[in-house]
Design a protein around this ligand. Structure first.
Ligand SMILES: NC(=O)c1ccc[n+]([C@@H]2O[C@H](COP(=O)([O-])OP(=O)(O)OC[C@H]3O[C@@H](n4cnc5c(N)ncnc54)[C@H](O)[C@@H]3O)[C@@H](O)[C@H]2O)c1
Length: 432
């Protein structure tokens, strides 16, 4: 099949690469000319394990085409995927759908034969209805179907998730569109995924409800970890004990910093806002949003406590600054709040992240990127393990820090408190 992907970001690029690898011809479009130029030169603008090989292979075989020419890409395609961003509208916490509607207007101009318009971006229910209205203004209804097909991939595991998804959700009432999408996903469905067809609004809500539920799980265990600290109970035992119950499951039950990333923070806010518009109070989701906001300050308070409130002129090293490992995505990472605040209190920040230097910290003279983990830790007053990259799992801290009174705040519970104690390291972790 011939596909057009509009928006070549984390979701669009991964989807484009994977669909082309399945034998389809894919036009990846982006309004960012620089991004398209880089991709055409074989440079991948994001960090995602395995993506570079997949992109290069399919680009070379001319199945994966990067272009700014949206007209040509749409006209030549059977299916058009909308994969643009839907960030938070800061005024009212709703999803900002400006990019989605811009693309819809462009699509409406270039429909030359029957096409399916698939919304892969995460959008509030009723967005599909609005897109349909936009396209209908310029086109006969028989010439297109607007379908919701939310994406569930996780950054860092994106290719595996795309090829081996738990489920493929398709929201449409059109038999024709459903048949074509089933064909497109056929080999993925055969391999592992379950294909679930529902209404368009149903599919839109499934995505928001799923992300809100996962965010709830994280916030829940984070609060239980707070209790464990007071009650002298090991939160890891609680996670294991709870997770063994198949109704609960063990995933997303590990405490840590506030949840971040490009999805959970914005999607929880957006679902709560659209529910308000539908006169429904999602009080649980609202409580989760509050709990997560509080957590950012709570862990900072913990840093002050560990340092005896003496932050001025102290060297604090962050191991990892991204919101999770195996991605370079900094959107809503806890480090974005913590580092500026610690700098304000006079700290010298060093940071190492396997995905490289971050433009977000360039404006701070006191935040310095270190390529080398050992150099970043050397003579630090406090090392904060912020992100669970594999690189941080086997560090001999006594050797690399070279300070007798070293302090480590392990926000990911990677290390054993007992072993740290034996090595005379002042070690702090979460909920244990
Ligand atoms: N990142 C994830 O892990 C993830 C997972 C599942 C779903 N989603 C959802 O998928 C959507 C996209 O997320 P992302 O992380 O890939 O975003 P992104 O910001 O990485 O990429 C969006 C891309 O769209 C491009 N764009 C914007 N307007 C355009 C236009 N008019 N024409 C062409 N290109 C345009 C931007 O230049 C950018 O490259 C969001 O709704 C998000 O919630 C993201």
């Amino acid at each position: 099949m011939k596909l057009c992907i509009v928006g070549t970001g984390y979701v669009g690029l991964v989807s484009g690469a994977c669909f082309s690898d399945l034998g389809n011809t894919v036009f990846c479009v982006d309004k960012d000319v620089n991004k398209i130029n880089l991709l055409n030169e074989g440079i991948i603008p994001i960090y995602e394990p395995g993506l570079e090989e997949l992109v290069k292979k399919n680009h070379k075989q001319k199945r994966l085409i990067f272009t700014n020419n949206i007209e040509n890409a749409i006209k030549k395609s059977d299916i058009v995927f909308i994969c643009v961003g839907t960030p938070t509208n800061k005024k009212n916490n709703s999803a900002n759908l400006k990019y989605v509607y811009q693309v819809s207007k462009q699509i409406s101009k270039y429909i030359n034969r029957y096409k399916i318009i698939v919304i892969k971006s995460t959008v509030p229910f009723t967005t599909g209805d609005k897109i349909e209205k936009i396209i209908k203004k310029k086109n006969n209804k028989k010439l297109f179907d607007v379908v919701s097909n939310p994406e569930f991939l996780r950054e860092g595991e994106a290719i595996r998730d795309f090829i081996h998804p738990d489920r493929i959700v398709v929201g449409t009432n059109s038999k024709k569109a459903n048949k074509m999408l089933k064909n497109l996903y056929e080999s993925i469905i055969k391999r592992s995924g379950k294909y679930f067809k529902t209404s368009r609004r149903g599919a839109e809500l499934i995505k928001y409800a799923s992300n809100s539920f996962l965010a709830t799980k994280i916030s829940f265990i984070n609060e239980i970890a707070n209790l464990c600290e007071k009650a002298e109970v090991n939160v890891e035992d609680v996670s294991i004990g709870m997770g063994l119950d198949q109704r609960i499951g063990s995933r997303f039950l590990r405490p840590g910093p506030a949840y971040g990333g490009s999805c959970f923070p914005k999607d929880t806010k957006a679902i709560a806002t659209i529910a308000n518009n539908f006169k429904t109070n999602l009080s649980i989701v609202k409580a989760v949003i509050k709990s997560n906001d509080k957590r950012r300050n709570l862990l900072l308070d913990r840093v002050f406590e560990i340092m005896g409130n003496k932050i001025n002129k102290k060297i604090i090293t962050f191991l990892g600054v991204t919101f999770k490992p195996n991605t370079d995505d900094m959107r809503e990472a806890s480090s974005l709040k913590m580092i500026p605040l610690l700098i304000k209190k006079g700290a010298y920040i060093r940071y190492h992240d396997p995905s490289g230097i971050k433009k977000e910290f360039k404006k701070y003279k006191q935040a310095v990127f270190y390529k080398d983990i050992s150099k970043a830790c050397l003579k630090s007053d406090l090392v904060i393990i912020h992100t669970e990259w594999n690189e941080f799992k086997t560090i001999n801290f006594k050797k690399v820090v070279k300070k007798n009174n070293i302090k480590i705040f392990d926000m990911r519970n990677i290390y054993s408190p007992n072993k740290m104690k034996k090595n005379n390291i002042k070690y702090f972790s979460i909920g244990r």
